[in-house]
Design a protein around this ligand. Structure first.
Ligand code: GTP
Ligand code: MN
Ligand code: MN
Length: 370
């Protein structure tokens, strides 16, 4: 007598933005397997396939209990034929043949190692792989001309692939706050990305900066960066200016992950003295480490949209935009929400209001871990 039907009876909505997805869930073995296949598809630039595996994994993350048999999955959305096959295999044999083959494949290992270099995307990694470059060391020896980001990525490779802890994120936050307040008192700094969703570690630390007096935030980033540089906190930075103009943007612009805020992709030099931790390097131990930090500046009126757009997860964001377009005839970005039927922009002063405009139950950040 299996506890079969309970799960199937519960009706689960099909968009991830309609569900609560906590960080800790009951189906890690299954979601790990599907995530490997998603990652492999993304590295092979097969986005559609990647999304299908991500959606299936997200569905499993939202279930209130462990799936023990395939019959429990009847009636659940988001599970395509391929994902179901993998799930069944893992449930029956403990492993999936396809997942095993993938994790052991030279190409997958090389693509992961190469895209693990800051500044290296799937296209570049694939080109190098075809030239026989499989590791960062191979790349180092190859004599390829690298751009500034990639040189920094290679130089700090090991550290940047070390998870950033919550306490390191807090320490970075204090530095960012000092920098921002030194150049613009009254500015507000919010921790976004995975840490806002309750993650205890991350691949980077993300911050959103705004000021209650609209317009005061303009041109803030170069000043913050200069301050940080003068104090020796930056190992690398690339700042991009704000290129958003509501009039030019146009509501018909295709849904895209890229926004036009003033931003800075950086690598911080964080002292590890407080944690009593030493970083081992080729040149011996040292008392600081490199940490990836993303800074974004938003005008106050767009802040709720920026906050929602930069809190993630990536799949949750994608699902929000898909819901908006397909179910509500609206366009959601990190800047605004546009109602195509009424041909107007919908204002919001909080994330809650954006969910309400979209006709969705409010999902708090800790439940956006789709
Ligand atoms: P870890 O950093 O691995 O802990 O996860 P994370 O969820 O914080 O991921 P990441 O830092 O890559 O991104 C944080 C959020 O910002 C995600 O929701 C992304 O979708 C979003 N994001 C990242 N880059 C961009 C971008 O260029 N434009 C927009 N609009 N959003 C972005
Ligand atoms: Mn992040
Ligand atoms: Mn980031």
């Amino acid at each position: 007598q299996k506890p079969g039907l309970e799960l199937a009876v519960v009706s689960v909505p099909s968009y991830a933005c309609q569900r609560h997805t906590p960080l800790l869930h009951h189906n890690i073995t299954l979601t790990d397997a599907l995530s490997i296949l998603a990652e492999n598809a993304e590295l092979g630039e097969n986005e559609g396939r990647g999304v299908a595996f991500r959606r299936a994994a997200a569905l499993l993350k939202s279930l209130p209990q462990e799936v023990r048999g395939a019959e429990q999955l009847r009636g659940l959305p988001c599970l395509g034929e391929h994902s179901l096959r993998v799930i069944k295999e893992v449930l029956e044999d403990g492993v999936s043949h396809e997942v095993e083959t993938t994790t052991h494949s030279e190409q997958f290992k090389a693509m992961k190692a190469l895209t693990g270099i800051f500044g290296v995307g799937a296209k570049t990694a694939d080109r190098w792989f075809k030239e026989g470059i499989h590791t960062p060391s191979d790349l180092q020896r190859s004599g390829h001309t690298l751009n500034r980001a990639q040189r920094a990525g290679l130089q700090y490779y090991d550290e940047l692939n070390l998870p950033v802890t919550k306490s390191e994120a807090v320490a970075i936050g204090q530095i960012v706050e000092r920098a921002v307040h030194a150049v613009l008192p009254g500015a507000e700094i919010t921790l976004i990305g995975g840490f806002r969703r309750g993650k205890q570690t991350g691949h980077d630390v993300d911050f959103l900066i705004t000021h209650p007096d609209e317009g005061r935030e303009e041109g803030l980033m170069p000043k913050v960066v200069s301050w940080l540089e003068a104090q020796g906190f930056l190992l690398y930075q690339k700042t991009t200016g704000n290129s958003y103009l509501e009039s030019k943007e146009g509501p018909a612009r295709p849904a895209s992950n890229m926004d036009r805020f003033e931003r800075c992709f950086s690598i911080f030099r964080l002292s590890t003295d407080n944690e009593g931790r030493e970083i081992q390097t080729g040149n011996g131990p040292r008392s600081w480490r490199a940490v990836r930090v993303d800074l974004v500046v938003s005008p106050y009126s767009q802040f709720p949209f920026a906050l929602l757009g930069w809190t993630g997860s990536k799949l949750f964001e994608r699902e929000l935009r898909r819901w908006a377009v397909h179910e509500k005839a609206m366009t959601l970005s990190s800047h605004a929400l546009y109602d195509r039927k009424r041909t107007l922009y919908l204002r919001a002063s909080s994330e809650e209001e954006i969910f309400a405009h979209l006709g969705l139950e409010y999902i708090p950040p800790c439940d956006r871990n789709a």
